[in-house]
Structure formats: C-alpha cells, structure tokens
Design a protein around this ligand. Sequence first.
Ligand code: FES
Length: 180
Amino acid sequence: MHAEEFTPAFTMEGQFIGFVADGPKLKYLKLLSSQREYWFKLPKDQRASEDWDLKPQEWIKVSGERKQDRKTGTFKLKAHEVHRTTTALASAPKPQAKILVCGKSDCWKRGAREVCQALQETLQQQGLDQHITIVKTGCMDRCKAGPNVVIMPSKARHTRVQPSDVPALVKECSQSKSLV
Ligand code: FES
C-alpha cells in the first residue's frame, strides 16, 4: 500500500532568517516563528537571488502547502507566496538581547578579545548588530575556565569559548524570547 499525502494550505508569520542555496539557485527560505526555525521550499520560478530583497529579522508571512508523507511521518513545507507584514514590523518588541563577555585580564589572555571580534563580525554579517549588544563585563569568577560568556536574557553561561563557537552563540541569543 502506498503512503498517502495530504496538502492543507497554511499561512505562517515570523521573522525571515535567510535562504539556503543549492548551487547558484536559492532553494529554501528560513523563517523563525515561535522560537522554531522552519524551512520552506521556494517556487521554481522564484529561485534567483535577485528576485528577493528581504533582510534578516524582517517580518514576513508565508502562504503555501504542507505535505506529509504518512509512511515516514515527515513534513515538507512549500511556499507559494511571501509577503512583508508591516503591522508586525511596527509592533515588533524592542529586543534586549545581550552577549556578555568577560573583559578582565585572565579571560582576555585566553582569547576573549578574539571572541569579541568574531561576535562583532558575525552580528554585522547577519544584520543583528542593532538587535544584540556585546557587553564587556568585570570578572565572572571563573577565570581558569575563560573566556567566559553569558547570553542574556536567558543567563546561559558558556566557558572556554572560542571564535568558532560564535555562530552558535549568536543563534542561541537571536532565538531568545526577546527577539521573537
Ligand atoms: S577574568 Fe574572566 S572570569 Fe575572571
């Protein structure tokens, strides 16, 4: 017996995160909604990057269809239309997200300076520098486990942070409650 598919229409609102490319063409649009990341397959005639001028964190509404393979239980989301939602932009909450980096000498010698630089670059590249603030702090009393970083408002602590950890830290911070 073949697995069945059903295709209910859906509309979902959230913040645009970015695209996933397949070679020179865009294939998926990524949306953050209710602290979850969703991928939508783009229509075949809208896969050129010049078709789009969305910016990260912009509020959008995606309409399309959702397919489920009943055999595997997996879902696929296919976008038919994407619109900006200006009302959501106007009512978007002021984010209070911060990334605290210990700025004292033990952490600094262990690489906190490089972590700060990587944070600045990553936030700028992802268009998040207006939404997430980097704050240098005093000693966090974990000097031997430096560089020490705390994500706010979740207060999640991270020790022995390396520049290579920065993308994951930024993702964690951008998905915190204050940004959605
Ligand atoms: S110097 Fe960074 S925790 Fe003490």
